[in-house]
Write a new protein. Sequence first.
Length: 300
Amino acid sequence: MKSLTDDNESSSTISPSLSLVESFDYLNGEKGALKYKDADNKYIVYNSISGIFDNKDARLYGTVIYAGTTFRGSAVNIQAGVAEWDGSKYVLTTGANLGDRYTDGGLWTGFDGPRDNAQDVSNTGFYLRKMVSDAVAASSRGTAADNWWPWFRLGEIYLNATEAAFELNDASAIGYINKLREVHGGFAANSLTTLSLEKIQNERRVELAFEDHRYFDLKRWRIAHLVWDGTETNADAVVHGIYPYRIVRAGHADDGKFLYNKIRPTRFKKPRFFRMANYYSSIADDVLNNNPKLVKNPFH
């Protein structure tokens, strides 16, 4: 069985977070939070391992490798373990080794994990797809890969036009963003009827993911310290993952189906924290001394 980690050391160095995956909305307009438990806090059962991602913004597939998808022409082997019914609840277990088979002969834990606090395998349940070569022989060693890296592309132009028009109260703003959502995301034409800055901010997050915009966008919007506030209760500050499990329940309708469990991977020990000082650049003392009109920046 070939896996995502074959000849690809540090394949999980960049592990997309659950927060990012959930920023991709559903095509019906619902917010993108994944539905893994119901109102009674019971696991939701899916017929397929990819079912939890159905009807999502199409850009998710182009950005993240998740369970049930393919990469380089092969199905990915993402499965955390099995969920076995003990008479009152599902008990989640993982194999001792990646690729292990369970007692029923089916897969226990996939070659691609996920696995908590492990090296060279995803800790969140996701791998990066965007900008990664899908050439069959490509690897992190740089062989057989020739990818373009766009510095400025049409999607950003539409987003810049949207934000500029919105700030000017120009009605054309919603047309720009709707066109982008339709062409790249698979949404229906004119999917948005109203527009807000928060919606524009989220659209930039999903469209430009892993293109070196997010950090600088949060700084210029002056919300980085709110998004990454260092608190344990902030889903954007704390990195979470979500793991798929194959259900083992002989004779029951759920047997062979799948459920998901949200976790906080051990690797990400503390919430993300943005220091107020990072909004400013330090000005050297000799520059300050030579120009009395300059004022030392706060926090420096």
